[in-house]
Design a protein around this ligand. Sequence first.
Ligand code: FMN
Length: 253
Amino acid sequence: MILFFTGTGNSRHVAEKLAELTGDGLLCINEYMRRGEVYEGGDEKLIVVAPTYAWRLPLVVSDWLRKSVISSSTRIWFVMSCGGEIGNAAKYNIQLCDQKSLNYMGSAGVKMPDNYIIMFNSEEHDKAKTMLISAEERIVELAEYINSDKAFDKPRNNIYDRLMSSIVNPAFYRNVKADGYHIEGECISCRKCENVCPLNNVKLVNGQPEWGKNCTHCMACISYCPVGIIEYSKKTRGKEKYTYEKYSTYSNV
Ligand SMILES: Cc1cc2nc3c(=O)[nH]c(=O)nc-3n(C[C@H](O)[C@H](O)[C@H](O)COP(=O)(O)O)c2cc1C
């Protein structure tokens, strides 16, 4: 079974492509979270696909997996879409597997365009296209490991990677809040922002979105708004919002 979490579609695409190549079924973690449910399964093998947040699995995903009921000795591969680096995420994935007596089969990054416009700019279209084409090849490579029941090769793990995943990760989360979200322009009350939030943190009040406190900066509300009026403080103004669906069309991938 493939369990995937996504904010802006990259990890959904990776999961769908892996499902095609491995013949495994697909389950969307976002939907489980929205229903307040965990996973209960007796699989022999699991593939977890998720974005990288601050050089590790998103905290909401590792917490959800920790609470899920997974048979001990299940073989589990971690596939992390990322803008560039997964750091030393493997260490924390191994810890999670140890806590749950799962059989760790490795962690691998798939480089895709960066969606985190609160900190960065979205990729130029040409660069995004090159990244999306290379990602396709990388997914095929990873599917071959899974199909041959082989553990992924160990990812890079230098001092910088260890620093980012250990010290910078918790420091990063101190600034992950919904406070900056607001609208600039006419809201059409379509409820897209409400419906794409995996944490049920956006609610329409008097026809306009309001954000609660449970936000993980997945970028779904801001990126999928069909009229593009959601912004985060002044940091996202004027920046193109990224979604896999939009960019893969530009790129003909
Ligand atoms: C909160 C947040 C933190 C991120 N941290 C990292 C990171 O540490 N390393 C990295 O390479 N990309 C990072 N990114 C970029 C995403 O991992 C990347 O764009 C990913 O493919 C998005 O997947 P999705 O479309 O499935 O949500 C971050 C994005 C967000 C929203």
